[in-house]
Design a protein around this ligand. Structure first.
Ligand SMILES: *Cc1c(COP(=O)(O)O)cnc(C)c1O
Length: 393
């Protein structure tokens, strides 16, 4: 079985590029060039240097001793929370800004929901001195004031999407319209392992530094490169794709994907796409998607803004369909408690997204000598108000 993308841009039956005719030249330019550019030694050199000096990589692989004692297994945390800007998203935006420069682009657009990807994009645009326009739903702008302020401080223009539900999908529509109107000088930075081919594969490759580092770090800790399990939360699926990448074809490594069950999988308020989703097209690719019987996208819900997405990347749809990955759904309550537990046991305040991945230990027993690597995708600073409100701190 092949779990990587094929030449046509598919993971099994999922993926592809379902885009308006007018977008075809932009996506085709990227498709023809991305692998070539990424293979250039000068690209590799600049990417790795920035990951080291600017992002702070390699991120530590930390053996969580007290957490491991509590669950009677060996738990390692891959500390993406320690990256510059507080999560894994910067790995991808660094890669894409270098790609944009190599393709001669001078103007960057992005869409953002909670604002995390917008901040990571504004950051690298400031770093490279490129114009940055971030589309964001009007409702999200009101809900995410600190991230809007960050983007503005970093020099980005934040443009409100005022149509439809005035949230992420409307911002995406605006970004696509912009790209159609500015095909020559503009690159569109997508923030997760989604979108039309080649985006899922390109984003996955930029994030694959996570599993590359896990291999050498685990060798130091445990004398072997492969853990028994790799675990990551899934919104669109970029931290997960990076965490799994170098283990996809290692049969002895079990893969666990953690989705947000919100108020419960059957509550009508969740983002558990692998259970509730059916095949459909979203953001330019064919994948699993939460939708009504007549194909309207269902509003997703999760307490965590980063997991509040009605689809999953096509790679993950394929991992689900083939059974390569085990999918688990974690409720808001279980995630919040797991997040607070990590604070008390390890002195680390995790992002609520990452707390979903930590919550699996209450649900699934592991053996004492199992080595379980969990992607700690981000830090909890951005979620402080949520934690305060939830626990009445
Ligand atoms: C954005 C985000 C996620 C979800 O995005 P993926 O593309 O699924 O990784 C997870 N964790 C954190 C901390 C995030 O900021």
């Amino acid at each position: 079985m092949n779990y990587n993308v094929n030449e046509k841009g598919y993971y099994g039956e999922f993926g592809g590029a379902f885009i308006p005719e007018m977008l075809y030249p932009n996506v085709e330019e990227l498709r023809q060039n991305y692998l070539k550019v990424m293979a250039e030694p000068s690209f590799q050199q600049e990417f790795n240097q920035l990951l080291k000096d600017y992002v702070g990589r390699p991120s530590p692989l930390y053996f969580a001793k007290r957490l491991s004692e509590k669950y009677n297994t060996k738990i390692y945390l891959k500390r993406e929370d320690l990256n510059h800007t507080g999560a894994h998203k910067i790995n991808n935006t660094i890669g894409q800004i270098l790609m944009a420069k190599r393709l001669g682009k001078t103007r960057i657009i992005a869409e953002t929901g909670a604002g995390q990807h917008g901040v990571a994009t504004a950051t690298v645009c400031a770093l490279m001195g490129l114009e940055c326009i971030v589309y964001m739903g009007e409702i999200d702008i009101a809900r995410q004031a600190p991230n809007v302020a960050r983007m503005k401080m970093l020099g980005a223009s934040v443009i409100p999407a005022k149509s439809g539900s005035r949230t992420l999908k409307d911002a995406t529509n605006e970004a696509i319209r912009d790209w159609i109107n500015n095909p020559v000088n503009t690159h569109y930075i997508i923030g997760s392992a989604i979108g039309p081919h080649p985006y899922p594969d390109m984003v996955t490759r930029f994030q694959s530094v996570i599993s590359e580092e896990i291999k050498s770090q685990l060798k130091e800790h445990e004398g072997r490169e492969n853990p028994d399990y790799v675990v990551a939360c899934i919104g669109g699926g970029s931290n997960a794709a990076g965490t799994y990448y170098h283990f996809l074809h290692e049969e002895d490594v079990n893969i666990i994907a953690v989705e947000a069950a919100g108020h419960g999988v059957d509550s009508g308020e969740s983002a558990a796409t692998s259970i509730l989703g059916k095949e459909g097209v979203i953001h330019g690719c064919k994948t699993l998607l939460m939708q009504t019987n007549d194909g309207q996208i269902t509003e997703p819900y999760s307490i965590s803004a980063g997991l509040d997405y009605p689809g999953v990347g096509p790679m993950h749809a394929h991992l689900c369909k083939t059974g390569r990955a085990e999918f688990m759904a974690i409720t808001d309550d279980d995630a919040m408690n797991a997040g607070l537990e990590l604070c008390k046991l390890e002195g680390i305040i995790p992002a609520i997204e990452s707390s979903h991945a930590l919550a699996i230990f209450e649900q699934k027993p592991f053996k004492p000598d199992d080595v379980v690597v969990v992607s700690l995708s981000g830090r909890g600073d951005k979620d402080l108000q949520n934690y305060i409100d939830y626990f009445k701190i």
